[in-house]
Design a protein around this ligand. Sequence first.
Ligand code: NA7
Length: 294
Amino acid sequence: MRVAFLGLGIMGQPMAANLAKAGHDVIAWNRTPGKTVDGARVVSTPAEAAADAEVVWMCVSDTAAVNDVLWGENGAGAVLKPGVVVVDSSTISPSAERHNAERIRQAGADYIDAPMTGSKIGARDAQLVFMVGGEAASIDKVRPLFDAMGKTVHHVGGIGLGQAAKLAQNLQNAVIFESFAEGLALATKLGVPPEKLVEIVKSTMTRSGVVEYKASFVLNRDFSPNFPLKLMYKDIKLMLEAARENRIKLPALETVAEIYEVAIEEGHEDLDYAATLTILEKWAGILVKGNAAS
Ligand code: NA7
């Protein structure tokens, strides 16, 4: 298929590369020039990438970025032809997706929200899990592209429900990691070696995919971004916004959000969200100097 891939960040770049590897004709674009994708041509505007595409796939930071890519100067939204499918794999607000879908449909094109999970390694290994909102027929049209980038597609319901499911799922990543980090801080303060605690967690019902993924990075004090802290905080704000709109209380998440705010004040926004651990360590008086990535 002819695919315009818009956004070559930590997730987008390997996703676009996997599409090209699977034999699709990929034209890619990134806001900051200089990014390349094996097997794809890179052009200088979203409109140029989307001009002759059958599918336009977006993977950018947030709601404002999706707006820019679709509706900004040289945006892809202005060049869509009837029959094109636009897919958004960014994590953004569910209501913004409904608004985008409405405008895209006026051009006769289809829209799907398809946020994903799997982090940098899942993107590299084509093992992403997609949570999708939109028409089944639109999803079927782009099924080969999902297959080239991921292992599972969950069709949740109508437009925006992929994002809603993603927020509910990622809320658990944020809170589970925080509980792991608090356990580590307490263990270390009381004299239990962190490696021993990880060994125990992995051998009990406390184990989780989050700990499986994060433990080795944390033990190696490698806080380079798999999922940047600022993007997890962006998602936390989306979750709290959805909770407020729908009169739901999320007390654990509200506390976790405060830790992210401190981490951002301390300049950790571009590190992995695992760097929130260093804030707990600092409060516990156990942060070894030079231990936090800087
Ligand atoms: P990254 O690695 O931070 O990449 C973000 C991408 O979004 C990157 O290509 C950015 O371009 C692009 N971006 C950011 N703002 C804009 C605007 N205003 N216009 C166009 N493009 C923009 O994030 P990930 O790849 O980890 O995650 C992407 C999404 O998936 C995100 O929603 C996650 O929550 C899930 P740049 O290179 O900075 O010019």
